[in-house]
Ligand binder design. Sequence first.
Ligand code: 5GP
Length: 124
Amino acid sequence: MSNNMSYDPNNIFAKILRGDIPCKKIFENDHVLAFHDIHPQAPIHALVIPKGAFVDYADFAANASDVQSAAFTKAIGEIAKLLGAHEQGYRLISNCGVNAHQEVPHYHVHILAGRALGPMLSGK
Ligand code: 5GP
């Protein structure tokens, strides 16, 4: 997928991309895959991932091509529409690194929607 040496090709989203593990697919094109989160935190909880091997937002921002970047941004908007999330609004979250508690080391954006989501952070 790429020559990024810090990327772990055995992370769970890489396995989903290879079809080794199933997912509940929402959307797919040449650059992007979206599927439902296995532990939803809201009535709508989708994960959007690039098909390229990027560890996190910082990696994607620094190393994705313009085509990959544009495709990813546009896909998120399309997926939010597909899910009906744009009508009442939605929240995008991308956890990047240790302080953000990123669990899966393949860049992803969460789309959360379907209820009032409360304050941005827990406050703790
Ligand atoms: P992070 O903390 O890395 O931003 O979020 C990782 C997300 O991936 C979590 O919300 C978690 O529920 C989700 N997740 C972890 N493993 C799987 C899986 O095997 N399938 C799906 N669909 N989601 C997963």
